[in-house]
Structure formats: C-alpha cells, structure tokens
Design a protein around this ligand. Structure first.
Ligand code: MN
Length: 249
C-alpha cells in the first residue's frame, strides 16, 4: 500500500466587516485560525475558501479539495427554511447562505467527507429541508446555558451521544462534555439525517447523514477544544483520514 496523500481540507470562509480602524465597514475574508490549526495538527492541508456568489468559482474550488468543513458564522436567514424572521434572530449574511449551499452541492456531488461545525450543523440541516429555532427562547421549554460567553476551550455542558453513530465511534463515550456558543439550534430534522447527540435539555447537538459516506455535524466547537480534548481532536483526525482515503481522480 502506497503512502496516503495529505488531504486538502476546504474550510468555508466568512466575511468580517471592520468595526473601526482605517476603513470602517471594509470587508475581509477570514476563518478563525483554530480551524487551520486543528486541520494541520491532524495531517490535513487547510484551504480557506472565500465567500463568493460565483457558482463557477465555487465549483472549481471544491474540485480542488478532499474534504469540506462548513464552519461557524452568523445566523442563517430564516427565509432559507421558509419562515419569516422572528425578533430574536441575530445578524444574517445571505451571501454566506448562498455560498454554503453551493459548497454543499459541489461537495455532495463528489461524495467528499463533510464536517459541519456550529452554524455548519444548522446549515446542513436546513440544506436537507430542516428548520431551526431562531432563538432558544422559542424552544418552549427551559434551556441550559448554550452561550458560555468566554473561554472557548472550556467545556461547559453534557451531550449524550447515540451509540449507533459516527460521533460515538469517534468520541468512544456516550456522555461527553462540550463547549457551547450558540443561541439557535436544529428544530425539525432534515430528510436523510439522524440525530446523534443531544444536551440534557433536549437541544440537538449532533447530526449525521444516514447514507452519505461521511457527513458529521456538531453544534459545539471541536476546533477550539482539539488541543486539550481527545475526542474533539479525534473528530478532526477521523474526518481527515476519511478525506485522505478518496481515490485520486
Ligand atoms: Mn450547546
């Protein structure tokens, strides 16, 4: 058996608007550096994909990667799941929604491994026809604290994993503790997906595709935990291993 190639991992980029400085409102393409570090640490080559609205450009970019991370970011427009915005919906960036949809179209066509993180689990759900709680105050029951506020690498709440799931195989435990930075979550599950993890208040924290080779999504931020949390590091490791197993085309 030959040496496996180092897989190129595409990371969905984001738009940062300068709040002050020399050019207030000026737009920059970026991802949080932890995504790159978690990929490098586990044998992958990070490749930040800038948000664009060009189908042709996105298609070409995805043709160059072996695995795709749908990263965190702003709230998803409620129009993406055919709901009007409620008062506590946060800031949206519709061009990112368009971009993520095209990324997923192109990645799924190629059957490359997909990892969804935070906004990523929400977008993967919406992509499959699911809906979201626009804010946890619309959940109808009390929720635990899902916005821990600071210390990204501190674990604050439990998640119970389904035994028959990729997440369980990766974390090797039914009950894990994760960080939490979200005010929205999956409501109605999209077609072809299954729930793989929930917090104690019933909020959906893990989802995976039933049939797709590797499409795993989590509501927490494993990229902020990979240095200290073995399970979160292994999530990247397994995702990147799967990405390296693709046949060269
Ligand atoms: Mn949470």
């Amino acid at each position: 058996m030959g040496k496996k190639k180092k897989p190129v991992i595409g990371i969905a980029g984001n738009v940062l608007k300068d709040s002050g400085g020399m050019f207030p409102g000026y737009r920059r393409s970026y991802v949080n550096e932890d995504y790159n570090m978690a990929v490098i640490q586990n044998g992958g080559v990070p490749f930040i994909i800038p948000v664009s609205q060009s189908d042709e450009v996105i298609e070409k970019q995805v043709s160059m990667i072996d695995g795709l991370i749908i990263s965190g970011g702003s709230d998803i427009s409620s129009l993406e799941y055919e709901e009007e915005p409620l008062p506590l919906l946060g800031d949206i960036l519709p061009e990112r929604d368009y971009f993520d949809r095209k990324l997923l179209d192109a990645a799924i066509k190629r059957q490359i491994p997909i990892l969804g993180i935070c906004r990523g689990i929400q977008f993967i759900n919406v992509y499959h026809g699911g809906t979201l709680y626009q804010d946890h105050s619309y959940y109808g029951k009390d929720v635990i604290r899902h916005w821990q506020g600071h210390d990204p690498d501190v674990k604050t709440h439990h998640v119970h994993l389904e035994k028959e799931s990729k997440l369980y195989d990766i974390y090797k435990d039914e009950d894990i503790i994760v960080n939490s930075f979200h005010h929205q979550s999956v409501k109605d599950l999209g077609k072809g997906l299954k729930i793989t993890g929930k917090s104690k208040d019933g909020i959906i924290e893990g989802v995976e595709s039933i049939d797709y080779p590797f499409m795993v999504a989590v509501q927490w931020h494993p990229e902020m935990l990979f240095r200290t949390d073995e399970g979160s590091n292994r999530l990247f490791k397994i995702f990147i291993e799967k990405s390296s197993e693709r046949e060269e085309s």
